[in-house]
Write a protein of this length. Structure first.
Length: 307
């Protein structure tokens, strides 16, 4: 019986998680297409801002809800919480669909010649840099709280919760900024804010108050709130409408590649520096790397608008 149960666990690990990844990958490029087809161009940024609010608020709330389920119902209740939300999302998405919009081919996202356009290639570079910075920060900061500052895991979680709420709350304002000012400039300012907040992490040590770290993380998330609504919209600005699905797919791919590199590369770089340096110095050098990535993204975004 034990062997049979172990075999089932292995099958779950082998098939379920890749299927979730495939489904998430299919969904990633679609919101910007829905926004551009369902809303007037003057309000694209605002619509993306409110969409982003939901995207970032859910991960901020979900861990707490999962903890309540584990404590009061049991861990088996956690997977059962997802299907009702997925079904609700499917119903709402069905109501948003329109038969008058042009359709893209199944392999629209594979139109790699779009990358030959310098402005669009820079936009993908910005998305890549943003993915690196956001996910490197999401990995590094909780580890920094525990290893660098010597605090508990619960303290690390408490640091990230206000930052997530701040990101969700500020996203609609970031969307409005995308409608009022050049989107490349909005993205560049957001990336500079993220760079500044991570640069100031170098001033923290084991004696620093957690409130200072929380303030820096909130500042970083405010910068992300400026970037997210404009990211895909800015990339599509110079493309004909027929190329929007392909463009959205490629930008999403660039962001996800950056996210993978942000977590894996950040972990490897930190491990490498920990072999040669004290803990705080190793973290500081890793944060410097995040700062340089943000600065590269800001430069590319500014040049995209000027082009």
């Amino acid at each position: 019986m034990l062997g049979f149960r172990r075999k089932r666990t292995n099958l779950h690990e082998k098939y379920d998680y890749p299927l979730e990844g495939v489904a998430a990958g299919v969904l990633q490029p679609l919101p910007v297409i829905v926004v551009t087809r369902r809303f007037d161009s003057r309000h694209h940024g605002t619509a993306m801002g409110f969409f982003t609010l939901g995207v970032v608020l859910a991960p901020a709330i979900a861990p707490g809800l999962a903890g309540l389920l584990v404590d009061h119902v049991g861990w088996r209740a956690v997977p059962l919480a997802a299907p009702p939300f997925a079904l609700l999302a499917a119903v709402v998405a069905g109501r948003l669909s329109t038969s008058t919009a042009p359709t893209a081919g199944l392999f629209a996202g594979l139109r790699l010649p779009l990358l030959a356009q310098p402005a669009f290639l820079r936009a993908c570079g910005v998305a890549f840099c943003y993915g690196v910075a956001m996910f490197a920060s999401a990995y590094l900061v909780p580890v920094f709280v525990q290893l660098g500052l010597g605090r508990s895991a619960s303290a690390a979680g408490a640091i990230m919760l206000p930052a997530g709420v701040a990101l969700a709350s500020a996203s609609p304002f970031g969307g409005r900024a995308a409608d009022r000012w050049p989107r490349g400039h909005v993205i560049a300012v957001g990336m500079l804010v993220i760079a500044l907040s991570h640069g100031l992490l170098l001033a923290l040590d084991a004696g620093s108050a957690l409130l200072a770290l929380a303030a820096l993380m909130i500042t970083a998330r405010l910068g992300m709130a400026l970037v997210l609504p404009s990211l895909s919209l800015g990339a599509l600005a110079g493309l004909p409408a027929a190329d929007w699905p392909a463009g959205s797919t490629l930008v999403s791919l660039a962001r996800q590649l950056g996210a993978m590199l942000g977590v894996a590369g950040g972990a490897l770089f930190l491990h490498w520096r920990l072999e040669a340096l004290p803990v705080l110095a190793a973290f500081h050098q890793t944060f410097v790397l995040v700062v340089f990535v943000c600065l590269a993204g800001a430069l590319a975004a500014w040049r995209t608008t000027r082009a």
